[in-house]
Write a protein that binds this ligand. Structure first.
Ligand code: AMP
Ligand code: GLY
Length: 426
């Protein structure tokens, strides 16, 4: 099977890495890929990921048998629809189904119809409505832009003025609306559930670290690190979330005529009153994918092909490594503000000396001399595994210490509290 992977991040690098290990996969094409992916797959230029005609042309030129769309932007833009209409098998939802991520208001409507546990929320189009909703829900205030914002559209704050200012900025955009949401306390979980439109098949849960600094200080980012599995999660959590969240959502999407094919990413908080959905995404999470795929033993290509072709019920159970996985994101100077790019990256070869460790590329590029340089905010995702979280962390951080990138920063506490059994639910 020939597979096309759309995207250029560490998530796509992880997906490609798993695909090339699957015996049914004989070639992987990536568009646009990145210098790390280039070592494993044929990279095709794709200046605009939402350009459906360009993606279709690549799929046709290589006669691929499966297209995996990594990021949300092309999904929301309808790239999967164009490919499906042309006869390709696609892992990734239609534009209509991708509204589960593209519109927080739509997601809330589906959750309500499917009786999915989530926080109270008000959709507001004026600043007066925002102020009323904030009064009704109380502090801390949670203000979300109602569209795609790469994980940066959310402000969670005790500061009423800061909350109002963020709301005002979102409302000032054309057609802008904001969601004011009840604050949800408790550890967060990311659960990926594969679907072929009917069947829901969960992967192993992970935890992401959204804030830029240690101890969750500073602004939200796309994600600074992750680990899996979650030793602290209550027994039966995954089955419970499939029964109460994933299956009802997938059933509701089918009922309204927009079946969901791809991966439903459930972001939730384990509150004292039970799990509450914070958000749905319609694609694999980054960096959670890096740790989930590090442990998945079931070959990925056949699995995603089954999801794309309505045959997911061929799989009863997935096989998982008993190892724990940790990833630490190395970010460029000034991320998540305006990241500095063009800094040279060195030391990646040394990482091979650390048992189990490897480096996935995200924002990297080759400069005019063919040297590896930073090209984005999140530059690398360093992964390692071990028999427990303590060892997986030690290896991941030993590898991070070998990476040289001027001005870079990373969190030093990824998976730390979990490794010390300090995470409590409820
Ligand atoms: P989102 O863009 O909805 O994924 O939100 C980004 C991050 O903001 C989440 O991962 C949480 O850390 C935080 N967040 C979002 N909604 C809430 C909420 N209702 N209560 C507390 N934290 C939240
Ligand atoms: N790491 C969270 C996300 O991919 O949205």
């Amino acid at each position: 099977m020939k597979v096309l992977v759309v995207g250029s991040g560490a998530r796509e690098h992880a997906i490609v890495r798993s695909l090339v290990e699957d015996q049914v996969v004989d070639a992987v094409i990536a568009a646009p890929g990145n210098p790390g992916i280039d070592a494993l797959a044929l990279c095709e230029p794709l200046p605009d990921l939402t350009d459906a005609a360009a993606v279709l042309a690549i799929a046709q030129r290589h006669a691929v048998e499966l297209v995996i769309i990594g990021p949300e932007a092309p999904l929301v833009a309808g790239v999967a629809d164009v490919l499906r209409d042309a006869g390709f098998d696609v892992f990734g939802p239609s534009a209509d189904a991708a509204r589960l991520e593209g519109s927080k208001a739509f997601a809330k409507d589906i959750m309500s119809a499917a009786d999915v546990p989530t926080g109270l929320a008000h959709v507001c189009t004026t600043i007066e409505q925002v102020a009323d909703a904030m009064d009704a829900l109380g502090a801390p205030h949670v203000i979300k832009e109602d569209g795609l914002a790469a994980g940066k559209g959310v402000v969670v704050t005790e500061d009423r003025e800061e909350a109002l200012a963020h709301a005002q900025a979102c409302l000032a955009k054309e057609g802008g609306s904001v969601v004011v949401e009840e604050f949800l306390d408790g550890p967060e979980v990311s659960l990926f559930v594969l679907s072929d439109g009917v069947t829901a098949l969960p992967l192993s849960p992970a935890q992401d670290f959204k804030r830029v600094g240690d101890d969750d200080a500073g602004p939200n980012t796309g994600g600074m690190g992750a680990y899996s599995p979650l030793g602290w999660a209550p027994q039966g959590l995954t089955d419970d979330l499939v029964a109460r969240v994933a299956q009802p959502t997938i059933d509701e999407m089918r009922r309204i005529g927009t079946p969901f094919v791809g991966v439903l990413f459930i972001g939730l908080a384990m509150t004292s009153r039970g799990p509450r959905v914070i958000e749905f995404n319609v694609r694999f999470g980054d960096p959670e994918t890096q740790v989930v795929l590090a442990r998945l033993l079931t070959p990925l290509g056949g699995l995603l092909k089954s999801a794309a072709t309505g045959r997911l019920d061929d799989y009863q159970n997935l096989r998982w490594s008993p190892e724990h996985a940790v990833t630490v994101v190395v970010a460029s100077h000034n991320y998540p503000g305006t990241p500095r790019t063009g800094d040279s990256i060195a030391g990646l070869g040394d990482v091979e000396g650390v048992p189990t460790a490897y480096v996935l590329h995200a924002g990297t590029a080759l400069d005019g001399d063919g040297a590896l340089v930073s090209a984005g905010g999140r530059v690398l995702s360093v992964v390692a595994t071990g028999p427990d979280l303590v060892q997986a962390r030690e290896r991941a951080y030993a590898a991070v210490a070998l990476v040289q990138l001027e001005g870079s920063h990373h969190r030093s506490d990824i998976a730390l509290r979990a490794s010390r059994d300090e995470i409590a639910v409820g």
